[in-house]
Design a protein around this ligand. Structure first.
Ligand code: EPZ
Length: 424
């Protein structure tokens, strides 16, 4: 098992380049199921979740050329697709495997997918994905922890999501592009990753209106064609490195990113006292002096993203005053609090609210990662803290951050990855 070792309180200086977005790359990979032919994908991040998804596609019969992955390039061809099952082992390690459901129903009219089950941050049900497919004519039944779905050609339907669901919107968009007739998705997700998937489908020949709004209309067509795809930058990785400056001070230029995707985050961080200058595909962030506490409520896009909630909490632990975080998306996304308390933070959790009272400084400690974004939060805490921090179970981090310790150490952080025989 690898661990990260960090010595805190070293200012950051220099540049960090952002990788392609994990949560844009996964639905893009799923979309390659919709038709045969070569999809040339560039700027795809080298992450464990991406390799897990590629393994799933290969098990379904996809041919891939991943010799270009060190340069973040990949070619996929699902012309010989012959499988329709995503097994429990795979889905358990990466719940986004559920994204093959919609495209398999569109391409083959059948799928057998393990129910993802819950994870550290919540129950993560997929009832809206399933309800939408049933409205489109799929016959589903749950057996031994799997959902088995069958249908002749799906038909268009009007689908209302009780709560905004990112992968639910993505799954049903992909199910609808070749369905018979029109599908209307109401209360649809507006995340940039959803818009990005929609733009890929449009290039493939789909007929879609309303991308980026909460009502998406899709007119089914018969035939799609493969396209070249360049993955958009990762807004969560971008926000994480901006907050790293907030954690330990200094000045960073963050390159290959899309400032437009982070407006809610910028307004909160500017309110706290960070200087953020936006350029067309880069951001300059500087911290001078101490930060002021703010209140934050996580919301679907364009609101403050839940995937940056844990990272913002680190800044609040050492800001002046009291900040309240209201986590409205997931029911258990405060797993990082216990570890921050061990580093001297003052946080009280009441249900889905966390009240964070700023303290003078955190102190380094051995801590354990519990989920992807909590592990990023612990890295930021280690950067902010006095003394040394070691973080175990960083396989969580490797799911969603490409070479995090390399990117940070080039920018002045004292952070190294070490192998250890211990199983924490
Ligand atoms: C996506 O997860 C992201 N993952 C998550 O990022 C992100 O936190 C989340 O959206 C919210 O922005 C990917 O895109 C691969 P949801 P998803 O469906 O689609 C409830 C990360 O760290 N819900 O938008 O699974 C659900 O329980 C990950 O990169 C239902 O009740 O999230 C949650 O409370 C973590 N029934 C809320 O909706 C459903 O059928 C939002 O979930 C679907 C969702």
């Amino acid at each position: 098992m690898d661990i990260l070792k960090i010595e805190g309180k070293h200012h950051l200086k220099g540049k960090i380049a952002i990788s392609g977005a994990k949560n844009a790359a996964l639905p893009a990979l799923a979309a390659t199921i919709l038709c045969g032919g070569n999809f040339n994908i560039t700027n795809i991040p080298n992450l464990n979740d991406i390799s897990t998804f590629l393994q799933l596609l290969k098990e379904l019969g996809a041919e891939t050329d991943d010799t270009g992955m060190p340069q973040n390039n990949l070619v996929i061809n699902t012309g010989k697709l012959n499988g329709y099952e995503a097994n429990y082992e795979l889905v358990r390690t990466m719940r986004a495997s559920i994204l093959v459901l919609g495209p398999l129903m569109s391409r083959l009219g059948k799928a057998r997918i393990s129910l993802p089950g819950g994870c550290a941050i919540g129950a993560r049900p997929i009832n809206f994905h399933l309800k939408g497919l049933e409205l489109m004519g799929a016959k589903l039944h749950l057996k031994e922890g799997y959902v088995e779905a069958k249908s002749a050609r799906l038909k268009g339907a009007e689908i209302y999501f009780d709560t905004v669901t990112v992968t639910g919107t993505e799954n049903l968009m992909m199910a609808a592009v070749c369905a018979k007739g029109k599908t209307i998705l109401k209360n649809a997700a507006r995340e940039p990753e959803v818009v990005f998937l929609g733009e890929i489908l449009l290039q493939m020949g789909a007929k879609i209106k309303g991308l980026g709004t909460s009502t998406i209309e899709i007119e089914g067509i018969k035939e799609l064609k493969p396209v070249n795809i360049k993955i958009i930058p990762d807004r969560v990785e971008t926000g994480t490195y901006i907050m790293a400056v907030g954690a330990c001070g200094g000045e960073l230029i963050i390159e290959n990113t899309q400032p437009m995707h982070l407006q809610a985050v910028f307004s909160k961080l500017r309110e706290m006292g960070l200087t953020i200058e936006e350029h067309n595909n880069s951001i300059l962030v500087r911290k001078k002096g101490s930060l002021q506490s703010v209140d934050v409520k996580t919301m679907p896009y364009p609101g403050f993203p839940t995937d940056l909630q844990a990272q913002l909490m680190v800044l609040l632990t050492v800001s002046n005053g009291l900040g309240v975080i209201n986590e409205t998306i997931f029911e258990n996304r405060f797993m990082h609090v216990a570890e921050l308390l061990r580093m001297g933070a003052d946080i009280k959790v009441e249900g889905n609210r966390a009240v964070v009272k700023g303290v003078k400084e955190l102190t380094g400690a051995p801590v354990m990662a519990t989920d992807l974004r909590a592990s990023a939060c612990l890295v930021l805490a280690g950067l902010a803290a006095k003394g040394k921090t070691s973080i175990s179970r960083i396989y969580h981090l490797d799911r969603g951050y490409e070479q995090m310790e390399k990117k940070l150490s080039v920018a002045g952080a004292k952070i190294t990855r070490e192998k250890t025989r211990q199983h924490f």
